[in-house]
Design a protein around this ligand. Sequence first.
Ligand code: C5P
Length: 285
Amino acid sequence: MNMTAQAHAKINLHLAVGPLRSDGYHHLQSLFARLELADVITVDIEEGPFSVVVEGLGGVCEPGTDTMSRAARLWHEASGWDGRLTVSIEKNIPVQSGLGGGSSDAASLLSLLNTIKPLPEDRLHQIATRVGSDVPFFLFGGNAAIVEGRGERVTPIASRPLGVLLVMPRDFAVSTAEAYAHLDRLRAHETPRFIDPVRLVDIYNKSCPMWVDSLYNDFYPTVAELPLYQRLNALGDGLEGYATISGSGACWYIVSEDDSCIREAEKSVQDHVGDRVVCWQSRLL
Ligand code: C5P
């Protein structure tokens, strides 16, 4: 048997990070939006004792340590299902970009596996959280959601199909754990700011240039000193959109309801820093 699914990327339109908790994680308040950009995963299933092999991630991580292998093992333990899984992936979402590729791949695989032998929703949610903090959004968040807790509290909201330009540096990627540690060092004595969730949704429904005064990404200061991001931000300032990084980086984006702004942004980025970045036009779903 053979099954295929798309694993869409996300951007964080807002990301407020609370203080370090005793479990090593941080409390969050974020607005996640799903993108058209997606990896494609194909699962081939044969009879036999449980095993999982993932093909197509050479050079990304050690075999067996990727998010899909971990998700499949946890799902096997919970469901008791046996069989040989061979997962192949067409990787379109850049790694260490803050676009959630690894989490989305795991969520899509869990969705596929769950059609073979469904687990109760709370059990699936538990597995998702164990695989990674962003995985619950991809399973339960629809196209846009407010995400809280460590990432496990997901409240879907009505999404907006906006245009986006994604800009990924060629020679700079970000490890999430290191970005959190960097952030803790930068703001040891600051009190984190969270927005009232109802207000957050109200702001999201306003025009993108108006987000600039209210939405933020607490990780931005971890890259703000780097010349490439200073350049990108200066380019974004002159345009009718909202620009920041996604997650803990390294991907920078500009989002707008005006498609000509996205085209203009791409031209400007290509003209000024085209040799140092890769750009994609995409859409929020
Ligand atoms: O959950 P995930 O495996 O994606 O997290 C990777 C790392 O990011 C964690 O080990 C932790 O250092 C940091 N993290 C955090 N607070 C969160 C999510 C992630 O500190 N809410």
